[in-house]
Design a protein. Structure first.
Length: 288
């Protein structure tokens, strides 16, 4: 068969076959085809993103629930509190961190001395108890201990004079910068170091003593005193003087205010300023 005959046969065959009918599309396929350009664009965008970009896109903007927000606020508050606590501890230890080795040794010795004083006091009380229990004349022993306790309380209350070893502290204040709270810090530091009797410019210091600024000077229990301020203190000199000279202590604070502090040890300090015995208005002995 020639080439022309083959072409005529194929043409006749195509005329006999029906035209191809395109397959019908479902509504879903029609909707999908209608959105095809947008879908292809989104897929193209996703295909163009790196793993890190997809992670960032998934995390931001954050989608927090109420419970997650409450937990985040609680964790923030806890972290802030810990930070403040650490900062306050760091500030409190700043003076000791900058101290020299000999100053740290002196502070440690002072703490040891305080512990030893408390231990001695405990042993003294135990000894008094044993003497009272073992004495053949318990009434006489009780009377003796009562008189001794009365003398001790009289010294603390300022109703009797006292003498003994101690130190004399003189504070020169030519600039007028020393205030009542600084002198009060000195008294408290001396008491903590074991001072048994204190007198400031002729005024006896007792448990109820108060200090206040008065014009350009200081008043102690309402008695106005002027510089130089002179402290007469009875106690163990080896404990009293180092307590004033610790880093960041009384002496350094006063020297920052351009005051001059002199400490002298003595084997005999006389504290003879007296306070009248005052009956409390409300407090009564529980044994009555």
């Amino acid at each position: 068969m020639s080439e022309q005959d083959e072409q005529r046969a194929a043409s006749g065959l195509r005329r006999e076959l029906p035209d191809e009918v395109p397959p019908s599309k479902s509504p879903a396929d029609a909707a999908g085809s209608a959105d095809a350009p947008g879908t292809e664009r989104a897929q193209g965008e996703r295909a163009g993103l790196t793993g890190r970009q997809r992670l960032v896109k998934g995390l931001w903007p954050p989608r927090l629930t109420r419970a997650q927000l409450i937990v985040a606020l609680l964790l923030f508050g806890l972290g802030f509190g810990l930070a403040v606590q650490v900062a306050s501890n760091s500030e409190g230890d700043g003076a000791l961190r900058g101290a020299r080795q000999e100053d740290l040794v002196r502070i440690l010795d002072e703490l040891d001395d305080r512990s030893q004083r408390l231990e001695d006091e405990k042993q003294g009380l135990e000894k008094q108890r044993d003497e009272l229990e073992n004495s053949s004349d318990q009434a006489e022993e009780a009377r003796r201990q009562t008189l001794e306790k009365e003398r001790q309380l009289g010294i603390l209350a300022g109703t009797v004079a006292a003498q003994g070893p101690g130190i004399t502290v003189t504070i020169e204040d030519t600039k007028g910068t020393v205030e009542a709270n600084m002198l009060l810090d000195a008294i408290q530091e001396l008491r903590a170091a074991g001072a048994e009797a204190i007198q400031v410019n002729g005024v006896r210091v007792v448990a109820g003593t108060y200090l206040a600024d008065s014009d350009e000077s200081v008043s102690v229990d309402g008695n106005k005193i002027n510089a130089p301020y002179r402290f007469q203190v009875i106690g163990k000199p080896q404990d009293l003087e180092p307590a004033l000279n610790i880093p960041g202590g009384v002496v350094q604070t006063l020297e920052k205010e351009q005051a001059t502090v002199t400490v002298e040890r003595s084997s005999k300090i006389v504290v003879d300023a007296l306070r009248a015995a005052k009956r409390p208005d409300y407090a009564r002995s529980s044994s009555q």
